[in-house]
Ligand binder design. Sequence first.
Ligand SMILES: [Zn+2]
Ligand SMILES: [Zn+2]
Length: 371
Amino acid sequence: MSTKKDYYEILGVQRDASNDELKSSYRKLALKFHPDRNPGDKAAEDQFKEAAEAYEVLRDPEKRGLYDQYGHAGLEGSGFSGFGGFEDIFSSFGDIFEDFFGFSGRRRSGSRAQRGSDLRYDLTLGFMEAAFGIETEINIEKMETCPTCNGDRCEPGTGPESCRQCGGMGQITRNQGFFTVRSTCPVCRGEGQAIPNPCTGCRGSGQVAVAKKVSVKIPAGVDNGSRLRLTGEGEPGRRGGPQGDLYVFIYVEEHAFFQRRDSDIICTVPISFVQAALGDKIKVATLNGDKKLPIPKGTQPGDVLYFKGEGIPSLRTGRRGDQVIQVEIKTPTHLSKRQETLLREFAELESSKLSKKLKNILKGGASQTAN
Ligand SMILES: [Zn+2]
Ligand SMILES: [Zn+2]
C-alpha cells in the first residue's frame, strides 16, 4: 500500500549489504545531495532526507530486521517516524557527518535561530501581600530587539554581505596531506555573513539594553521559594528564535504575630490561668481582622485552638488553611492583697479535696493489704 521507496533501493545496495557498504553508499548520497551543495534545490533536499531515513533504519539491526520482515509497515509501531528536517538529520548523524565531512554537517551553525535568555528577578513581598496576592510592577533591565535595525544588525538601507574569508560557508577548509580539515570561519564566526555597515543604534549587535516595567500578578498563597514564570518576558531570540522567559523568585517577609506553615498560620496568645480554668472569650487577630475565640473551661498549657479556614489560600486548590492558636497560660506575678487571700482560700479547698482523695486511696490500699 505504501508509496514509499524501498530503503535498499534508495541507498543503491543489495539486501544483504554489510554495514560498511551501507555507510559508504550513504556517504556518497549525503555528499551529493548535501544542502550546502544544492542550495534551494527541493529535489536534492528530498533525496538527502530520503537517504538519511533509509540509512537510519538499515544501520540499526533491530529496525532493519523489522523492515526486512514487514516492510515500511513494520516500522510504524517502532516509534520511528522519519526526520522532520535537516536539524533532525544533523543531530541524529552528527558523529557520522563528523566522519564524512570533518565537521558536524550543520550549515553555518552560527546562523541557527537561538532562543533568548531567561531572566531572573527577586521579589520581596510583605506577609499579607503573599497571603492575598497582589498586582505589582517590577523594573527590569533587559535586552530588546534593536528598534533601528529590527535585529538585522545592519544600518537601515544596507544589508549583509557574504563573508569573503569563507565565501559564505561559515567554514574554512585546509588540506593536510590526504585529509581535508574544516573549521569554523574565524572572521564571521560561522555565520557566513559579514556586515559592512553595522547598525549605529546597537553597534551591530541587533539588541539594545532597555529598562522595562513589567506588571506581575502575584497569586494569593505564594510562599518563600515560589517561582513565577512570565512566558516571553525574557530577552529576545536571535535570528527568529523565540523569546526567553522571566522568572520571578518570591521572598516573603516575616510577620510580627503570625508564622506560616504552608497554608496554615500559627500564632501564640497569652491567657491567664483563671481564663484557662474558668473559660472565656477573647479577641484574637486574624488575617481579616479581630475575631472572638472561645477558651474552653479547663484549657491546659500546650493546648491548641483553631480558627478553621482563616489561614492562607493554597496555591493549588485555593482552599484556605487554618489559623492555629497556641495558648500560653500566664501565672500572675503581682497579686493584690485580696487576690492573694482568695487564692489562699482556693488552695485550702484544693488541699482538703486532695487530702480526702488521699485518705480514700490509703483506705483502699489498707483494705487490700488486710485481705
Ligand atoms: Zn566567514
Ligand atoms: Zn540595530
